[in-house]
Design a protein around this ligand. Structure first.
Ligand code: FAD
Ligand code: MLT
Ligand code: ZN
Length: 523
């Protein structure tokens, strides 16, 4: 029995929640997600073309790229135009390897002015384009469906300013989230968002998807943290809304329209974002729960008892944890639980925070709510526990094909969806799992098969969307609609709201060149 195994059966409060004496953590090693191997240049062969998987899809009435167009772009972006299809595979294929376009052209601008000239030319020539950041999107929004030109923000990675007192960061949209975090940490600041794809995703992509992630519980959504942005509209006009003011009630807040617009209304070229003070103390508790209602009880207790220092609350079910151990060979420090809750605290006073967390965990144990857990206060151990959570998307991919759903549900029905789907899929799926940002009512439901299976897909969709709508949830909590989910928008939005979205799209992009086939429904 491992040291942690011995600890978990012990109900001695001092021992139970104390840091493990044995170096179990060294076997877990450093688990921070390395998404670099999913970067655009990695080979992604073998993925079926989207146009083949969905044969009823119609290519829009767009101009096909010719040598004349390529010559124009080469003049504008010398050395930054890629038209060799062998170099384009990674950019044509999404992270999940479920969507693949056939673009023949990738453009890599460095400045807003270049983006403006590209879009003006594309608009005049009826050339369709897809904006792409780190290509970590999970709904097929970042890759072409047919032969759209890919406009990558990879080279738009300048940081303009960091203001330590106001906490404002202003940078180009192609800055990688993880790099920004490292940079601003040196100024004692921290980003208001964090997610498993931080090693690859761009801040512009984060805004375009209104990414949630593991800090939303603490800092709220990007709609509150983005102070300003600059975007290039489909006709090439530049919308300069790059203010750094916290308060500005002069008319409509137009930047909000671009946050979560998934590259369909404009290309975000620069961002101004509010960063928080970097916490000097971060602790993580990882506890086992015997059923889902217990997870909710722990959540409620965390809010009550940890209050201002509670910074994240995530859950993972047993099946998902088993899959992670199997596929990534990771070590779970507290085995044999039906559910796991990850509770993070962040604050400014290590003694105060640790004392508060210890007391909280002791009362959980005394009240018989949980009986198994571990506490990490050292950075490497905190990261190791987070690694278990952040690598779940990667672990699922090792099974073969992943059917990924990202829903909001009232907590009263939250985990029921996983149980219903497990029953429905039976042994047709390799894994049927649930995890996610339970503190934000956001469930990640995933199923896997060895390869794409139409029967399994038919059992999941549209059933899952109907179920979520019936239970007053949202079919997309954070990943967006992209290509895969756009036709289910009415499950979560009224006709009037969708009509307004369509009107906005028509106003800004009358020729429909910007990220066609995405977000808005086909009808
Ligand atoms: P891309 O994937 O390149 O693009 C996403 C969408 O934004 C596309 O529609 C694209 O056209 C558009 N876009 C990109 N850049 C721009 C721009 N500059 N202007 C206009 N449109 C643009 N999401 C969450 O919300 N929470 C999570 O916790 C989370 N965890 C993840 C973990 C992993 C391992 C992975 C692979 C993905 C995760 N995601 C998560 C999904 C994904 O939305 C985020 O990774 C991220 O926000 C996408 O950024 P990106 O730069 O990769 O954008
Ligand atoms: C996460 O929270 O891990 C991400 O949203 C990715 C996923 O849903 O798998
Ligand atoms: Zn998530």
């Amino acid at each position: 029995m491992s040291a942690l195994g011995r600890l978990r059966v012990s109900f001695c409060r001092t021992a139970w929640f104390h840091r493990p004496k044995q170096p179990t953590w060294t076997s877990i090693a450093r688990l921070a997600l390395n998404t670099s191997r999913y970067n655009n240049n990695s080979a992604r062969g073998g993925v079926v073309l989207t146009s083949e998987r969905y044969p009823s899809l119609q290519r829009g009435d767009y101009t096909a790229v010719t040598d004349k167009h390529i010559a124009f772009f080469e003049g504008l972006l010398p050395g930054r135009v890629i038209s060799d299809v062998r170099d384009l595979d990674g950019y044509n294929t999404d992270w999940l390897k479920t969507c693949r376009g056939a673009s023949q052209l990738l453009l890599r601008p460095k400045t807003t002015e270049e983006v403006s000239q590209i879009l003006r030319y594309c608009n005049e020539n009826q050339l369709a384009v897809v904006p792409q950041g780190g290509n970590t999107g999970l709904v097929g929004g970042s890759v072409p469906v047919f032969d759209e030109i890919i406009i990558s923000t990879q080279l738009m990675n300048k940081v303009f300013s960091v203001d330590e007192i106001s906490g404002t960061l202003v940078c180009q949209s192609g800055c990688i989230l993880g790099n920004l975090e490292t940079l601003i940490n040196e100024h004692d600041l921290t980003m208001p968002l964090d997610l498993g794809a931080k090693g690859s995703c761009h801040i512009g992509g984060n805004l375009a998807t209104n990414a949630g992630g593991i800090r939303l519980l603490r800092f709220g959504s990007l709609h509150g943290n983005v102070l300003g942005l600059e975007a290039v509209l489909p006709n090439g006009d530049v919308l300069d809304s790059l203010t750094t003011l916290r308060k500005d009630n002069t008319g409509y807040d137009v930047k909000q329209m671009f946050i979560g617009s998934e590259g369909t209304l404009g290309i975000i070229t620069a961002v101004s974002i509010l960063c928080a003070q970097k916490p000097s103390s971060v602790n993580v508790a990882f506890v086992g729960c015997e059923d889902f209602p217990t997870v909710l009880k722990v959540l409620q207790r965390s809010k009550e008892n940890l209050a201002e220092i509670l910074s994240a609350f995530e859950f993972i079910d047993r099946q998902c944890m088993a899959l992670t151990e199997r596929n990534l060979n990771l070590t779970n420090p507290i085995t044999d639980n039906k559910f796991y809750a990850l509770i993070e605290t962040s604050g400014s006073n290590p003694n105060h925070d640790e004392e508060k967390l210890n007391h909280f965990l002791e009362t959980l144990m005394e009240d018989g709510i949980v009986r198994d857990g571990t506490l990490a206060t050292e950075t490497s151990k905190v990261q190791a526990i987070w690694g278990l959570r952040e690598r779940l998307a990667e672990a699922l991919m090792h099974d073969g094909y992943c059917y990924k759903y990202d829903v909001s549900l009232p907590l009263s029905h939250f985990y029921e969806l996983v149980e219903v789907m497990r029953e429905r899929l039976g042994d047709k799926a390799v894994s049927v799992v649930g995890y996610g940002h339970v503190g934000d009512c956001n469930l990640h439901f995933n199923a896997t098969t060895r390869e794409f299976d139409e029967e399994v897909m038919g059992l999941i969709e549209p059933f899952i969307y109907d179920w979520v709508a019936e239970h007053k949830g949202s079919i997309s909590a954070e990943h967006g609609l992209g290509f895969k989910k756009k036709d289910f928008i009415y499950h979560s939005k009224s006709k009037a709201a969708v009509q307004l979205m369509k009107d906005m799209k028509r106003l800004l992009d009358p020729n429909g060149i910007l990220n066609p086939y995405k977000t808005l429904p086909t009808d």
